[in-house]
Design a protein around this ligand. Structure first.
Ligand code: ZN
Length: 323
């Protein structure tokens, strides 16, 4: 399917990535105490309130810094393959990869030494490892990233702190249909091609403005379960932009959900042609809408429509020690 070019919405990069974990406590411990992210919201999956929804990010949980999880304690491991987001990259300062390699190794995490990889028009240095559920995480040496990350916590000094999301990699059976969507309707530019894939970026120095597409027609379809990404969300600065974007996606023939209230943003969802679930989420109102900045993540927050069921919901959730 070819999409017409000329969308009217300027892209703003990634908003968040949401993945599937098993044990919620192990997930909290890894992302806060090892990677040094802040747990910025403890809530439930609004579509399935018997499951936590845990959000990690910078101090305020700013869009572009967020990795979130649905932890399902009994979920089986997933399988990487086509139709999935197969790597999630965070940016760290360019001189920090050696520090991170030592930190991860000291904590028993199997990590490859930093390596150079083709990144469109240049090379980039990357450290790859897996989280406790097998989710593939890249730390990329990213120069010129103005974000500060979450400073000085869990023994991660500010100079090395994770700055936020940098990129995602999608593995697809075919390159062209997904490329057409990214350039035609999401407003991204093709910034480099290799033998098996292509890199797409948003113009300017937008943080988290990169999507890599790896085409692998011979590979099996991925299985979305533990340790795999559930969906990738792109930023819309406000609701008006989101509504306009939705109209353009619908007019292009995509099946897009209604605008859903996610409490900390509003969202629309649709599947890109290769099968990956995409979301467009607003920057506002953000995570301080229901608790003060200093207390983010410490207690279970529920949206107003689930608050009447708090007792039942809390009783069904596994206990969770938070930092
Ligand atoms: Zn989402």
């Amino acid at each position: 399917m070819a999409y017409r070019a000329g969308m009217s919405v300027a892209p703003h990069g990634l908003h968040h990535v949401t993945a599937i974990a098993s044990d919620p406590q192990r997930n909290v411990d890894f992302y806060t105490a090892v990677l040094g992210l802040r747990l910025v919201k403890t809530t439930v999956n609004f579509d399935n309130p018997s499951t936590y929804h845990l959000y990690y990010g910078d101090e305020a949980g700013r869009p572009s810094t967020l990795l979130t999880f649905f932890p399902w304690p009994s979920v089986p491991p997933g399988r990487q393959g086509t139709g999935l987001t197969t790597a999630t990259a965070f940016g760290v300062p360019p001189t920090s990869l050696g520090w991170w390699q030592r930190r991860l190794t000291d904590r028993g995490i199997d990590v490859d030494p930093p390596r150079d990889r083709d990144a469109g028009d240049a090379a980039e240095e990357v450290l790859t490892f897996r989280d406790p559920d097998g989710l593939v995480i890249d730390l990329v040496a990213a120069s010129g990233d103005a974000r500060s990350g979450w400073d000085g916590h869990a023994g991660v000094p500010g100079e090395h702190a994770v700055r936020g999301l940098h990129a995602v990699a999608l593995t697809e059976r075919l390159l062209e249909p997904t490329a057409g969507l990214l350039t035609g309707l999401l407003g991204m530019d093709l910034s480099g091609e290799s033998g098996t894939g292509a890199r797409f970026t948003t113009a300017g120095d937008t943080p988290a403005g990169t999507v890599d597409v790896v085409a692998d027609p011979a590979r099996n379809r991925g299985l979305q379960a533990g340790g795999t990404v559930h969906h990738v969300a792109f930023r819309a600065p406000d609701g008006e932009t989101q509504a306009r974007w939705r109209t353009e996606l619908v007019e292009a023939g995509l099946a897009v959900t209604e605008i859903l209230d996610r409490r900390y943003f509003t969202s629309i969802y649709f599947r890109e042609p290769g099968g990956v679930l995409f979301e467009i989420a607003t920057d506002q109102p953000g995570f301080a809408v229901d608790e003060p900045l200093l207390e983010l993540g410490r207690t279970l927050k529920l949206p107003p429509w689930l608050e009447p069921d708090r007792e039942t919901i809390e009783a069904a959730l596994p206990p969770l020690c938070r930092p």
